[in-house]
Design a protein around this ligand. Structure first.
Ligand SMILES: CC(C)(COP(=O)(O)OP(=O)(O)OC[C@H]1O[C@@H](n2cnc3c(N)ncnc32)[C@H](O)[C@@H]1OP(=O)(O)O)[C@@H](O)C(=O)NCCC(=O)NCCS
Length: 164
């Protein structure tokens, strides 16, 4: 496995048409340096199997990222076939290291409460402060109305991540 920071054009190539509605916006941010895209590659199959982005600045949401000391982690995912092998942990460790390298001291990440295990995972990694909660409704595949909560978590001292 290999972790690599990728450029805007390469990111679009890897995404291969996915997330078309916002891909251009994200790649523009990557191009300008305000966002970084970190990919995990499986060297056996020579394809990317995981992703985590760092946003350095969000002028409209400074509690998430402020360009000074707080960075926001987004788009965290590991290919289903590779989940549960601590690869997500590996990618998170590298991105938190990157945040420290840039001299930032705080990291934030958001999760829906629909899978409460996600919140536990983030808390185990030092994201212990609940910064903000937003309620939202959506329809599931069967059309049932679901009430959910989006929680923004903060790790206020990225030196101490608790990552194994
Ligand atoms: C969340 C995700 C990125 C984790 O990656 P992963 O490689 O499967 O995670 P790891 O194997 O490194 O596991 C890390 C720890 O969290 C636990 N864990 C793994 N997936 C979890 C999940 N979906 N929810 C809660 N806990 C999880 C593991 O048991 C492990 O705990 P341990 O260290 O005590 O053994 C991956 O499961 C994923 O892509 N899920 C779908 C997309 C998603 O929900 N992304 C997060 C958006 S907020």
């Amino acid at each position: 496995m290999r972790i690599e920071r990728t450029g805007a054009k390469e990111m679009l190539t890897y995404w291969n048409g996915r997330f078309a509605d916002f891909a251009e916006r994200i790649s523009a941010r990557v191009e300008s340096g305000v966002e970084e895209c970190w990919l995990l590659f499986d060297e056996d199959s020579n394809r990317w199997i995981g992703e985590l982005h760092i946003r350095w600045d969000k002028p409209d949401q400074p509690e998430e990222a402020n360009g000074v000391d707080t960075a926001c982690l987004e788009a965290f995912r590991i290919d289903e076939a590779f989940q549960g092998q601590h690869l997500g942990t590996m990618l998170m460790r590298r991105c938190l290291e990157r945040i420290r390298e840039r001299g930032f001291t705080r990291a934030t990440i958001g999760a829906d409460d629909s899978d409460p295990r996600l919140g536990v995972m983030y808390q185990n990694w030092g994201f212990t402060r609940r910064v903000r909660e937003d309620g939202f409704d959506y329809h599931d595949d069967e059309g049932n109305l679901i009430h959910d909560t989006y929680v923004l978590y903060a790790n206020d001292d990225v030196q101490h991540t608790g990552l194994k």
